[in-house]
Design a protein around this ligand. Sequence first.
Ligand SMILES: [Zn+2]
Ligand SMILES: [Zn+2]
Length: 146
Amino acid sequence: MTTTSANRRPPVADAACALVRIREEGGRVTAAKRSVVELVYASPQARTAEEFADALEGVDRSVIYRTLAQLEELGIVEHVHLGHGSAVYRRRGLATVPVACLVCGDAVEIDVASTEAFRTQVESDTGIALDLVHFPLTGRCRRCRS
Ligand SMILES: [Zn+2]
Ligand SMILES: [Zn+2]
């Protein structure tokens, strides 16, 4: 999956706004699509496509994959590579950055503001504005280090 210009669109505020954006782009809002959108906005928790499928019994897996891809194109969700496993999807516009342990897969969210000094430094040194979400900060947690 690539980052497209669609991702420069502002995130939407809630599930209702997400459905409006889908309709504006000529997409049909099916029951399956609506349930994926509602789950995305039910909590800030990021989930793999498989976890969406487990949570939405009766919705075909291929429909979930297609819906997540469409929501991503519309700038409604973003995917995050937390580790070596499948990417996870979360709604865009969250003011947090994931920090993940590559050994056990534990992930915590930190306030994006607390990464500001680091991002500013890297950008002034390299010209690269760090994203820190698509590929989050990773390392080894306390438990996995001991
Ligand atoms: Zn990716
Ligand atoms: Zn760990």
